[in-house]
Design a protein around this ligand. Sequence first.
Ligand SMILES: [Zn+2]
Length: 254
Amino acid sequence: MDDRYQKVLQQLTAMSARLGEPERDLVILGEGNTSAAVDEEIFLIKASGQSLVGIQPEGFVAVRRPAVMELLKQGSLTDAQIKDGLRAASVNPEAAAPSIEATFHALLLGLEGIRFVGHTHPTMVNALLCARDAEKVIGGSLFPDQIVVCGPAPLLVPYTDPGLPLAHAIRDGIRAHVEQHGEIPKVILLRNHGLIALGRTPAEVESVTAMWVKTCRVLLATAAFGGPQFLSPENVERIHRRPDEALRRQLIFR
Ligand SMILES: [Zn+2]
């Protein structure tokens, strides 16, 4: 394996283990999955059944992205067909099976500037995503650092079966988000399921995850004081476009 592969594997392992730290309450047991692009063709993803807690480099498998993108073009596949397809897409078919969510990871790692993806089930985020009023309370931004780190708006994806249907729902959601906001989201919220953070670097994925957990904590606390008071769309736009905030973003996500 070449240097680049080893470097990305080491970065992904460290990021994943940090996301799996029990005290952060982002995942328990086998929840969550993470991935990283090695190059245009190969990406690494958590193997099925692995736990993020204390994960080691052996917990990841290398998969060919174009082969997974071919699976995504199918209208529907059975679970067995997806599993076979993912195994066939693996660089080493003898290795452990990739996570069933490799379909949406392949899609997200094909987006402009995205090299690392972290999918977790944080308790605070799921409290929001399992709530009746989720759509209403994420309809605006609460504080400047939320916008600087997580962008002006998250993408909320309705609840869908895992695997191919979820990957299709995410793909359709991203298209609509780009049409509406002119850029890809950094935070994808899966209704009644969990959070996906996108980044150029592991630091960006970890920062987006931590800031969105904080956003949910703040949101919850606003319920005790009359509900959220959103920033105006003008303020959100100004914070999102400020040159000094762009510089701060670069420093955070290095
Ligand atoms: Zn999940």
